[in-house]
Ligand binder design. Structure first.
Ligand SMILES: C[S@@+](CC[C@H](N)C(=O)[O-])C[C@H]1O[C@@H](n2cnc3c(N)ncnc32)[C@H](O)[C@@H]1O
Length: 201
């Protein structure tokens, strides 16, 4: 998971945010906020997930990483983020959008939660990716996770249940989020705030 974490860290770095209140939505085992908290100690991360099992695992991982005093994990929903209005400096949501059947409601929550100058990085698969890329990534997935029978078909299931670029574009336009860009990298789509880039440019 090191490479995916580094890619997210790089995008956060581009925005020049060096700390503050951050939230990871659909945190799973907490890999991304733990990695970012170690790389940028100024962040105070909260990771939320619908699954109490995942939250327990994330807490265990934070303890093992020696950073449980500066990171919190709690059960929570993407549709009702446990933060005050306009209080977050950074919001992450990695590989979770395809679990959400009300993406516009989630994007509205992102708009409500972020400070005016806050940043977000949302990454997920898109099901209209090239079948060549899907095939290659499926092989890689099976190579790394194929030993676990339950996980073997996980990549294809996730891609098939993800949104197309056009669907996502429509959801973003319907939402209250402003200053975003949507772009693709192989099987992934990335949705990011552009506030900081605009200011720099
Ligand atoms: C594929 S996992 C991604 C975990 C993590 N972000 C990562 O990339 O390692 C998706 C996670 O989203 C969580 N999830 C699904 N629906 C959610 C919702 N409505 N609110 C919060 N979390 C949700 C699931 O429990 C699951 O842990």
């Amino acid at each position: 998971m090191r490479i995916p974490c580094q890619r997210v860290l790089k995008r956060v770095g581009v925005k020049g945010i060096e700390g503050g209140r951050a939230m990871d939505v659909g945190t799973g085992p907490g890999i991304f906020p733990i990695f970012l908290s170690k790389a940028i100690p100024g962040f105070r991360f909260k990771g939320i997930d619908l699954s109490p099992v995942m939250i327990d695992l994330a807490k265990k991982n934070a303890t093992e990483a020696g950073i449980n005093s500066r990171i919190e994990f709690e059960v929570g929903s993407a549709y009702s983020l446990p933060v005050e209005n306009h209080s977050l400096d950074l919001l992450l949501c990695i590989n979770t959008l395809h679990h959400l059947d009300r993406p516009v409601d989630f994007f509205n929550e992102v708009a409500r939660s972020l400070k005016g100058e806050g940043a977000f990085v949302i990454v997920d698969f898109h099901r209209d990716a090239s079948f060549v890329f899907i095939g290659i990534f499926n092989l890689l997935w099976k190579f790394f996770f194929g030993k676990h029978p339950k996980a073997r078909g996980g990549f294809l299931e996730s891609v098939r249940s993800s949104y197309t670029l056009q669907e996502c574009l429509t959801f973003l336009k319907q939402s209250k989020l402003r200053d975003w860009k949507l772009y693709t990298r192989t099987v992934e789509m990335w949705i990011e705030s552009t506030t900081h880039e605009r200011r720099k440019g």
